[in-house]
Write a new protein. Sequence first.
Length: 151
Amino acid sequence: MPQKGSKGGTIATVIFGLIWTGMAFTMGMFMLDFAATWPTDFGPSPYLFSWIPFAFGALGIVCIFGSIWGYVKDDGSTPEDIRITSVADSSFDEYTSTRTSGYRPVPTIDIPEKCRHCDSELSYEQLNWVGPLTFECPYCGHHMRAERREF
């Protein structure tokens, strides 16, 4: 059964958003009150900038509703077209050099999606590894080789 996203994370986000929004609107009201007492001969009025706290309050409201909407719409499933066929293997220590960009390649092992002998679908969790890059099909026992690549 698929699991939904973190309920605790959603609650924490909503609480933070409520505090953020309340503080922003409070600062906006203080700024409007301050602008009302500003002397007219003392330069530009603070009314010019009083919209900024209200904009931050509106951003908080959008974040609150976005967090709630994301939790409600999350059914915990992943799209059907996503299939993991590569698994990073940390046992290969021959890839220790870095390239000029600072990128360090990650060795991966690619397995075919289906057995070449019996045409059954393969998943990494079901495979019986009989060698460093050789595995056995769990359905027919046919031995196949995986490919090692840099990712």
